[in-house]
Every structure is written in C-alpha cells, then in structure tokens.
Design a protein around this ligand. Structure first.
Ligand code: CDP
Length: 215
C-alpha cells in the first residue's frame, strides 16, 4: 500500500512549506490540497460564477484544467502561481470550501495524487476524510501571532502589501470558519500527532515530522 503522510492544520501554520520539504527529503510526491480550493475560487471568479452557486462550483472543480509543475501551477495553460496566493482568493476558497458538492468533486482528484513511492499532502481534512488510512497524520499548529508574522513575511517577500493587524484578524476569522463549519471541519484525526511549530523553524518542524515517520 502506498504510504501517505497527511499534514492538516489551520491557515498559515506552515503546512505547505513543511509538506514540500518532507516530500523532498523522502523523494515522494506532494499535494497542496488548498491549491485545489484556491484554483476553484479563481476559476469561478474568471467565469463569473457566484460563491453561492453550489452546482456550478462543483462543475468547475470537476473540470479544472490544472497542471502542477515543479515551480508553478497552470490553470487553463495560464501561469496562476502568484494569483493563487492572493488573500482575496484564499478568502473566497475558504467561503466555498464548506460546500459539499465542491468537496465531493475534488475528492477523487486528490486521491489520484497517491503514487509510489509515497505522498505527502497538506490541508484541512487529509487525515480525516481524504486519506483516513494514512499511516502518519500530523496536526500542525502555531499560535496566531506566529502565523500572522509568517503570512506577513510571505506576502512582503512576494511583493504584495500587507498589514500585520489585519492579517491577524483575517487569520482568526478563517480559523473560526474552518473549525465551525458543518462539512469537514478542521480538527485533528483521532490518531493524529499534534506538532506545535510556534517556536520551531521550518528545518526543525520538518525534522520533527521525519522523526515521527522513522519511528
Ligand atoms: O493559506 P491557507 O492555509 O488559508 O490556505 P490553503 O491551505 O491554500 O486553503 C485555502 C482554503 O481552502 C482554506 O481556508 C480552507 O477553508 C480550504 N481547504 C479545505 O477546506 N480543505 C482542504 N483540504 C484544504 C483547504
């Protein structure tokens, strides 16, 4: 059976960076499941589909023409790597993510990423819904201040403007939505290991996870 390391956690907990690094260390493939929600949001925006139109959103998700390359993401052959990271796209992703038809439409697409020799994936429901049989499930957390600071650094690095106070408020609103939604709420799987990265840098977090895998 092809092994999966499922990394779930709240927004800006560093899941994406950490998942990519763990995958690299093991020589496994990687799935950034949040990107699929962001891509659905972006595709909907481009087609003028409202964030409340469940059926149209599910159709968009099912038909996404997307390619994940090593350093970029293509939507309809268009490089959308930068656009995907914008806050308004992340925000729309989190507003459409509770819609069950959309989640159903993305389920098999996510499972198709499970390829030998292994998969590291990150998101909100990797361990609870998409890969419930994953042999290692990590629930990656960090306190709000640490996460706001990281998100701020990321945005500034990419040349976007950002305000720490606003980011912190947005983070908390997104946490609230992700945890309290009825469909696939953000919560650790029963067999998940909680890793708090508030005081760990990326290398240390990656090492922690690899140590759990080796044990
Ligand atoms: O940067 P952030 O962690 O907020 O974004 P992301 O991981 O790219 O995910 C964007 C949004 O998609 C999140 O706010 C979640 O609500 C949603 N999502 C989800 O519902 N399930 C997943 N497996 C991944 C993301």
């Amino acid at each position: 059976h092809i092994p999966v390391i499922a990394i779930d956690g709240p927004t800006a907990s560093g899941k994406g960076t950490v998942a990519a690094r763990v995958a690299e260390a093991l020589g496994w493939s990687v799935l950034d499941s949040g990107a699929l929600y962001r891509l659905s949001a972006l595709a909907a925006t481009r087609r003028g589909v409202a964030d409340t139109d469940e059926q149209a959103l599910a159709d968009i998700a099912r038909q996404l023409d997307v390619r994940f390359l090593s350093d970029k993401v293509l939507l309809d052959n268009d490089d959308v790597t930068e656009q995907l990271r914008q806050e308004h796209i992340g925000d729309m992703a989190s507003r459409i993510a509770p819609l069950q038809p959309l989640r159903d439409a993305l389920l098999e697409r996510q499972r198709a990423f499970r390829q030998a020799p292994g998969l590291v994936c990150d998101g909100r429901d990797m361990g609870t819904v998409v890969f419930p049989d994953a042999p290692l499930k990590i629930f990656l957390i960090a306190d709000v201040d640490a996460r706001a600071q990281r998100r701020y650094n990321q945005l500034i690095e990419k040349g976007f403007s950002a305000n720490l106070g606003d980011l912190s408020k947005d983070l908390q609103a997104r946490d609230d939505r992700d945890q309290n939604r009825l469909v696939a709420p953000l919560k650790p799987a029963d067999d998940a290991v909680v890793v708090d990265s508030s005081n760990l840098d990326v290398d240390q977090t990656v090492e922690r996870i690899l140590a759990h895998w080796r044990n």
